[in-house]
Design a protein around this ligand. Structure first.
Ligand code: GP9
Ligand code: MN
Length: 423
């Protein structure tokens, strides 16, 4: 059967907000420069290691008057890692619970950001110095309607400017500038970094801070590579200014997913000065930085509302002055107060203003304390059912994840006339 009408009704009732946010159109005619920052987690922001700041540049952005920083922003990725984060951003749909949607659904029809932005004459391009077929990007980017993909072959990569997974972030940004300068404006460009990737290798000359000292080399080496990426992003801001691209652009920086898995919980608890990493702490560690930088804006602040990668698409489209009245998506504009009020993780866990639900336990989000389960009389057959304070939201989360899966597995966007919608 065709679930589309039911899904559209659900989105109208439960997801879409009715009015335009205060930042609607703020990026109109401006370039959108999106930096996908590899494996960075929010716990490094405004934090130290060995008495030294880890991310001085990003820290300065948290206080910058032209920047909004979202401190409770969650990644929502699964096994598809970076590609899942890209899928969330471009579509505001959930990735799959197993495998990578970039691989399994690379030929589907979508109504992704690059396509919708064409309505305002945006040219779109991705920059990433890795093999084009990694994560099946070459195929998926066509389905998402990107105009161009600058992959590894667009870059000069040699022994001295690469490490680990490939081209280091500093030469990557440096070499990307000349391409950005040639793009038709306005453009939507996504730049995907690589150096801060497991196993976090870095040349001595690129190490500005010392590794941490714990039983986990992964966590130890994470800090110097995060710092390297922070420096690369700062340098990129300056290069955008030198290239004359800065003033006419908004710059978005987002962490793609966690870098430190729960295998390193012991070292992590030592670093965070905690006795242990509880399931609640584990969910809180899934926060990744999200920055929206609008040169000359002046109203920037730290936003504390619960938010996530699912929210990026409606937020950016609205900033570009595009309405999403008809689109099919599961996120909310981050600059709008009328929001769903929860962020669903792909495994069914969620974070709401009040609660964090994980592994069937409902925690108070502020205190991290589990909430007592009420025994509730079921009057129909006098059985006692256990009622969890998180249950009402859990039901919505399950419904929403199911609808997203229906859309993807059924390739249901084939049946929507988006030319009409994107008019
Ligand atoms: C590979 C890069 C890293 O191109 O995006 O992928 P990941 O392992 O983080 O998904
Ligand atoms: Mn990644």
């Amino acid at each position: 059967g065709n679930e589309l009408p039911e899904i559209q009704d659900y989105i109208d009732d439960q997801v879409r907000s009715s009015e335009q946010s205060e930042l609607f159109g703020v990026a109109e005619d401006k370039n959108i420069i999106f930096i996908s920052a590899e494996s960075i987690q929010s716990f490094v922001i405004n934090n130290n290691v060995n008495g030294q700041e880890i991310t001085p540049f990003l820290n300065s952005l948290t206080e910058d008057e032209d920047t909004y920083y979202f401190e409770n922003f969650y990644h929502q990725t699964e096994q598809g890692k970076t590609s899942d984060s890209e899928f969330l951003v471009e579509n505001s749909l959930y990735p799959l619970s197993r495998g990578a949607v970039f691989f399994t659904q690379g030929q589907n029809k979508f109504n992704a950001m690059p396509e919708i932005l064409k309505e305002k004459d945006y040219y779109s391009a991705v920059f990433h110095a890795n093999n084009k077929s990694f994560w099946n990007r070459d195929q998926m980017y066509e389905s998402l309607n990107f105009d161009h993909f600058y992959g590894e072959e667009a870059y000069e990569v040699n022994d001295t400017n690469s490490i680990g997974w490939g081209l280091k972030d500093k030469p990557f940004f440096e070499q990307s500038i000349k391409y950005l300068q040639t793009l038709e404006q306005p453009f939507y460009s996504k730049l995907i970094t690589l150096t801060n990737h497991f196993p976090f290798e870095l040349d001595e000359e690129d190490k500005s801070i010392e590794p941490y000292d714990s039983n986990s080399n992964t966590l130890n080496n994470f800090f110097p590579t995060v710092r390297y990426m922070d420096e690369a992003i700062e340098q990129f801001f300056n290069q955008l200014k030198d290239a004359g691209l800065y003033k006419d652009s908004i710059i978005v920086i987002m962490g793609d997913h966690y870098g430190i898995s729960q295998n390193h919980n012991k070292a992590m608890s030592m670093y965070l000065n905690k006795e242990e990493i509880t399931p609640y702490d584990h969910v809180q560690l899934q926060r990744v930085p999200f920055f929206v930088h609008i040169p000359g804006h002046g109203d920037g602040e730290v936003k504390s509302k619960v938010s996530g990668q699912i929210d990026v698409k409606p937020t950016l489209l609205h900033m570009a002055g595009i309405k999403t009245d008809q689109d099919i998506y599961f996120g909310n504009d981050l600059f709008h107060d009328d929001r769903k009020g929860y962020i669903a993780l792909r495994n069914g866990d969620f974070i709401s203003d009040e609660y964090i639900s994980t592994r069937g336990i409902c925690y108070d989000r502020q205190t991290g304390e589990p909430i007592e389960v009420d025994e509730e009389e079921d009057q129909s057959d006098s059985n006692t059912a256990l009622k969890n304070a998180c249950d009402p939201i859990t039901e919505k989360v399950e419904k929403e994840l199911g609808y997203s899966d229906d859309l993807i597995y059924g390739d249901l966007f084939r049946f929507v006339d988006f030319d009409k919608l994107n008019k």
